[in-house]
Design a protein around this ligand. Structure first.
Ligand code: GLP
Length: 261
């Protein structure tokens, strides 16, 4: 696992976007996994700029989102489909038909979930998965206690998550109580993971996820089992890490050796 710590959110977002750019330049039909939340917005802004400057193209790419609120219409301003449109898809040259977000209106949820898994498999898996971390350590919507082997499934959201996400809705009562999410096992099956986290509010949970025990109580800790993970943090989110100076030392040495992202 590489842990890259930048001075602020903007620098963190730029560095994360550089990794995505490198992967797209290596494979123009990259299968990209995407996340919502405030953490990756800066990364998406950078990707939009790169696309506008024609440094990268999404034309041949397909994307799969981690999760979606259940029973929320895709046109709802708080749906994750809507979020992806206004924060990325509307501004890049991707074929929107090839952008997959779990269907929050699926009637047969079990069938939808197994079809989502099959669709990912049929593309030979996700090359690079972007993730954030929730206040309780979740990835996607895999709340504490979710099996680390879980696949795409319907989840009842934790009260903490409902509270955390209430800021985006008119009132807490409007926040959906359930969601469809890729499982922890689905995320672990991806070929590479990119985690972004910023702000002092994330410091403790980031330290638990990266340096604490691997436990379903902090589903993000499962990424310790993945062979190819790069974590991008701002200084605040990194402030509780025990091995902070080592991570900075590693990056210095890699830079000296001209090993980039
Ligand atoms: C939601 C999403 C997660 C995201 C988390 C953190 O719960 N389902 O995928 O990582 O929020 O959001 P933020 O980046 O706004 O802190």
């Amino acid at each position: 696992m590489r842990v890259i710590i930048k001075d602020n959110y903007e620098e963190m977002s730029k560095a994360a976007a550089q990794l995505v750019k490198n992967r797209i330049l290596n494979k123009n039909n990259l299968i990209l996994g995407l996340a919502t939340g405030s953490s990756p917005i800066g990364l998406y802004k950078e990707l939009i700029k790169m696309c506008e400057k024609k440094e990268i193209s999404f034309k041949k790419m397909k994307t799969f989102n981690l999760d979606e609120y259940y029973e929320l219409n895709p046109d709802h301003p708080q749906s994750y489909r809507y979020f992806m449109n206004i924060n990325l898809f509307d501004y890049i040259d991707i074929n929107k038909k090839e952008t997959y977000v779990p269907d929050g209106l699926a009637k047969d949820v079990d069938k939808f979930c197994s079809d989502y898994e099959k669709k990912i498999k049929s593309e030979d898996g996700i090359d690079l998965q972007v993730i954030g971390i929730g206040g309780d350590g979740h990835i996607g919507f895999n709340e504490p206690g979710t099996s680390l082997a879980s696949r795409t499934h319907l989840v009842i959201l934790d009260e903490q998550t409902i509270k955390d996400n209430a800021r985006f809705f008119n009132s807490i009562d409007e926040v959906p109580k359930s969601a469809i999410t890729m499982g922890v096992g689905t995320v672990l099956d991806t070929k590479e993971i990119l985690l972004v986290a910023n702000g002092i509010k994330k410091a403790k949970i980031v330290a638990q996820a990266l340096e604490g025990p691997i436990t379903s109580m902090v589903t993000c800790s499962a990424i310790q089992l993945h062979p190819k993970v790069t974590v991008f943090l701002d200084k605040e989110a990194a402030s509780e890490l025990k091995r902070l100076s080592y991570y900075n030392f590693v990056e210095k040495q890699l830079a000296n050796m001209n090993i980039s992202l």
